[in-house]
Design a protein around this ligand. Structure first.
Ligand code: NAD
Length: 490
């Protein structure tokens, strides 16, 4: 566990674009302020990019596609990508501090999850590349077919603010492993670790122009310039479903390949035969870790009626024990929400819950005794039904609803009664029920008796309006490469 004084070591950094291997200001010198959500203090300035900077970055990425990067042997490319992971680990403390300052998440969480996982993303995809093959088919004695793999080209990587480096590297690592070049658009609220990643890639031996970073906003800014750019071949986007729809329209003009990881409103289905202590321990995490700002958080909790009261009592008691506050205090379990606008949005949902007839069982307000910062108590709401907006819409904060159910059929129907389909957790000790229910839940990622247990080889992504395509292992390479089938007549 780190010292409480950690926050004083790094105050934040100014963030420039990283284009063609160099840190550069915006052409017109424009910047915006980066705010620490835990203190509301200014962490530094961020260069505000737009069409001109994106044009430069795309041109550099296009040129680099056919430069030393293309000529590098697979063996050497693997070494470079692995080295990025190594340097991230060497600079773990610095990156974890910046991530915590930028997002408001507890330092221990950035240090134990975000940053090590970011390093592992590079190690994992580099290792995966080592044994990557393609398909081959013999068509009787008439022909043989085999597929060759090549990069898609210049890929735009657009990222959200909740797990900044982790999600960015989850895209960049397979993007590079497949031989592409990238233009990254970090979330405007969390630009710091992405900025450092430019230098890390350069130090690892990534040739100039292969990785480019342009800061800025979404609409009428760097984000839209990237999605509208005619020379960008593909876009990998993680963010809100509504943004995904706008990007799809923009990308349609040049028919870009798209990968989408979007919003969720994930159900937890808790059956009476499950181990309640285990359920509660994990449900605390699936509800409130990272301030509930994880796309996979389970925010609709359905509990079978015989254990409903017992669950509520124990879950509420444990929730009240969660320490909310200074992200650099090792005791803190819940840090600050990302910013003012999001804080307003989340607290509006708490107000709406009361208007919709819900009861705030615990939390619901700002914890006492804290100074500035967007802090919110972990909040449990009961008394709502599946028609309520609070149960249907993504809140993306430390707010969950708990609803009782009586039958398996009923809870499956409720779990599926949403246009989202990202993840779900099922809790039962009945083996047959676990398989039966899991197969009927409309979600891309389904956990049984656990949550957030990840194997990076498995398909990751959402169905319905939670995403398009899958990432992870082979699935990432499917997106980041083009296959050409070569058919030879015998
Ligand atoms: P967001 O959609 O507001 O922004 C995401 C990124 O898109 C930012 O970099 C933003 O600048 C950019 N952007 C916004 N408008 C754009 C436009 N018109 N053109 C191009 N780029 C644009 O999302 P957010 O608030 O940063 O992140 C929270 C959302 O992300 C939640 O809905 C959450 O569920 C989702 N999310 C999903 C996953 C997943 O794996 N499915 C993971 C993390 C977060």
């Amino acid at each position: 566990m780190q010292e409480q004084t950690l926050a004083t070591k790094i105050k934040g950094i100014d963030c420039q674009h990283f284009i063609n291997g160099q840190y550069v200001d915006s052409i017109n010198g424009k910047t915006f302020e980066n705010i620490n959500p835990a203190t509301q203090e200014i962490l530094g300035t961020v260069s505000e990019g737009g069409k001109e900077e994106v044009d430069l970055a795309v041109a550099a990425a296009r040129k680099a596609l056919n430069g030393p990067w293309k000529k590098m042997t697979t063996h050497d490319r693997i070494a470079v990508i692995r080295r990025i992971g190594d340097i991230i680990l060497e600079r773990k403390d610095e990156l974890a501090q910046l991530e915590s300052l930028d997002t408001g998440k507890p330092y221990w969480l950035a240090d134990s999850v975000d940053i090590p996982r970011s390093a592992y993303n590079f190690h994992f995809f580099a290792d995966y590349l080592r044994s990557l093959g393609t398909e081959a088919y013999q068509t009787d004695d008439v022909a043989i077919n085999y597929a060759i793999r090549r990069p898609v080209g210049v890929v735009g990587l657009i990222n959200p603010w909740n797990l900044p480096l982790l999600l960015l590297t989850w895209k960049l690592a397979p993007c590079l492993a497949a031989g592409n070049t990238a233009v990254i658009k970090p979330a405007e609220l969390t630009p710091m670790t992405a900025t450092l990643l430019g230098e890390i890639c350069r130090d690892a031996g990534v040739p100039d122009g292969v990785v480019n970073i342009v800061h800025g906003f979404g609409p009428d800014s760097a984000g839209s310039a990237l999605t509208e750019h005619p020379d960008v071949d593909a876009i990998s986007f993680t963010g809100e479903t509504t943004t995904g729809k706008i990007i799809m329209a923009a990308a349609a003009k040049s028919l870009k390949k798209l990968s989408y990881e979007l919003g969720g409103k994930n159900p937890n289905l808790i059956f009476a035969d499950s181990n309640l202590d285990e359920v509660i321990e994990t449900t605390l995490k699936s509800s409130f870790i990272n301030q509930g700002e994880v796309c996979l958080c389970g925010s609709r909790i359905y509990v079978e009626r015989p254990v409903y009261e017992e669950f509520l009592e124990k879950f509420a008691a444990k929730t009240k024990e969660l320490v909310v506050g200074d992200p650099f205090d090792p005791k803190t379990k819940v840090g600050a929400l990302i910013g003012e606008e999001h804080y307003e949005r989340v607290t509006n949902y708490i107000r709406l819950a009361q208007e919709e007839g819900g009861e705030i069982l615990t939390g619901g307000g700002r914890p006492e005794g804290l100074g500035k910062g967007y802090y919110l108590e972990p909040t449990i709401i009961v008394g709502l039904n599946s028609n309520c907006r609070v149960v249907r819409e993504e809140i993306f904060g430390p707010v969950v609803t708990v609803i009782p159910f009586d039958t398996e059929e009923e809870v499956i129907a409720q779990a599926n009664d949403t246009h989202y389909g990202l993840s779900a957790s099922i809790w039962t000790n009945d083996l047959r029920r676990a398989h039966r229910v899991a197969a009927q839940i409309e979600a891309g990622i389904i956990w049984v008796n656990t949550w957030f247990l990840r194997d990076l080889r498995t398909p990751f992504g959402g169905m319905k309006q939670s995403g398009i395509g899958r990432e992870g292992g082979m699935h990432s390479f499917e997106f980041y490469s083009e296959l050409s089938n070569i058919c030879i007549k015998l």
